[in-house]
Ligand binder design. Sequence first.
Ligand code: ADP
Ligand SMILES: C[C@H](O)[C@H](O)[C@@H](O)C(=O)COP(=O)(O)O
Ligand code: MG
Length: 512
Amino acid sequence: MEDHIAVDIGASSGRLVWGRVIDGELSLQEIHRFANGFTERGGHCYWNIDYLFGQVLIGLQKAKQQGITACTLGIDTWAVDYVLLDREGNRLEEVYAYRDERTRDAVERVTSQLSARVIYEKTGIQFQKFNTLFQLSVHDPAQLQQADKILLVPDYLYYLLTGRHINEVTNASTTQLLNLHTQDFDEDLLRLLSLTRNQFAELVQPGTVLGPIRQTWREKYDLPDCEVIAVATHDTASAVLGVPAAEEESFAYLSSGTWSLIGVETIRAIVDEQAQTSNFTNEWGAFHTYRFLKNIMGLWLIQEVHRSYDEQYSFASFVEMATPLEAFRYYVDFTDDRFLHPFDMVAEIQSYCKETGQEIPGTPGEIARCIFDNLAILYALAVKEMEAITQAPIEVIHIVGGGANNELLCQWTANVSGKKVVAGPTESTAMGNLLVQMIASQKVKDVQEGRRLIRDSFVGKTYLPQDPGDQRVWFESFTQITKRGAGGSRGHAGKSDCELSDGEGTVRESRH
Ligand SMILES: Nc1ncnc2c1ncn2[C@@H]1O[C@H](COP(=O)(O)OP(=O)(O)O)[C@@H](O)[C@H]1O
Ligand SMILES: C[C@H](O)[C@H](O)[C@@H](O)C(=O)COP(=O)(O)O
Ligand SMILES: [Mg+2]
């Protein structure tokens, strides 16, 4: 098969991207783009999964109209959220969105039955209150008992397309239900949830061929003849595959979209106390790797500010307004759960600054600058923590996803971390999705060859650190103000504060 189509659905937008290797380069074309986002009804947050599946079919129909008659197809989406199916394959209810408040106390409830340390040693997954483990722990038990199959969102889209039940491993690992040692769902955790193994599906690796699209869709829509392939269906796992790193590079990736997922690729999980205290995760990667990473609140913050200002400013204009302003006038600990789903993000940021005795950002540019500056500090802290935990130096940070377009944030990530930053590709998730399809189709030999193809096919932008002199001031001010805290529920990140010593750039760790 020469043509490949990636469906990449993030929390804020989705896209279908056509890819083909032409004269030794990866040629891409965006075929269809659509908005995504959860809606709130009756005090709960839901995804519109029927709308999303409809957009996939519309995108495939557009592909056929553009002359793609036969192709492979892969789907990736955000993590943790799931669908309950009955024996006939019908959805038992709406699909909850992970920002739903129902899990506010779920971590404490679960870890009172099985300790956090035991759960972390079993799974290696960061404690985020919206992980599937915690969502299922607060789900109506009667509904759970009726579930014949529990599929994650991309698994469900694959099921709708092909009729096949699967749980693909990279996304299944984000449930915090997979056992690192057995490489299967953990029996103790399933028992704690009163669930059984056969309520989940067959665990499959990226590259597994699932078959054709069901005849029922091909009769209703004029679709290409597709060979559907399970890719790295967790969008971040695909994003990591699409990072154009050279084989010899010691690199960190930063998948910068709604979330900022910053991490390194490892071949073994790291589940020591230091990793747990710093709330790093070991999500499963493609080809038997692990994604040792940390969730940082990300560009959700500016997406919500965009909404607070009635969408009158583009993301590019926020960057333009923020760029000329003084750096680090405000310090905000965006790991605090209060920023996970506030009613009004602008007001929440202003309240935090008032509560911590700081000046209050008032203009859209000041709010944006506050967000970008403090994200840069959190990225730099995560890099310092990873170097301390893995004992491996990080030479370059590859920023991929929509955030690669944010020149201010890319530059200040370099300034505060002291590392070289390479920005792009924006569509690394789609490229990683295509990469698995091309490996499965034997068009590309392996990940290294695929990354070389991506490197040869697009030009990234390099940012070198500037103003290294002020780093210590920024870190120490951030640490002092955020340690004072501002009320609100702190994130489940057992944060360790890395502080720079006297400017040599070495790292001295201090812990709460
Ligand atoms: N031109 C731009 N300038 C600045 N930021 C941008 C630009 N384009 C996209 N972004 C940022 O990228 C984010 C979306 O990234 P994306 O990877 O598409 O998110 P997701 O996959 O989570 O839906 C936006 O929220 C915005 O902050
Ligand atoms: C809730 C999860 O942590 C989240 O989905 C994250 O893993 C992720 O995949 C974010 O992807 P975006 O493209 O929505 O930023
Ligand atoms: Mg994304």
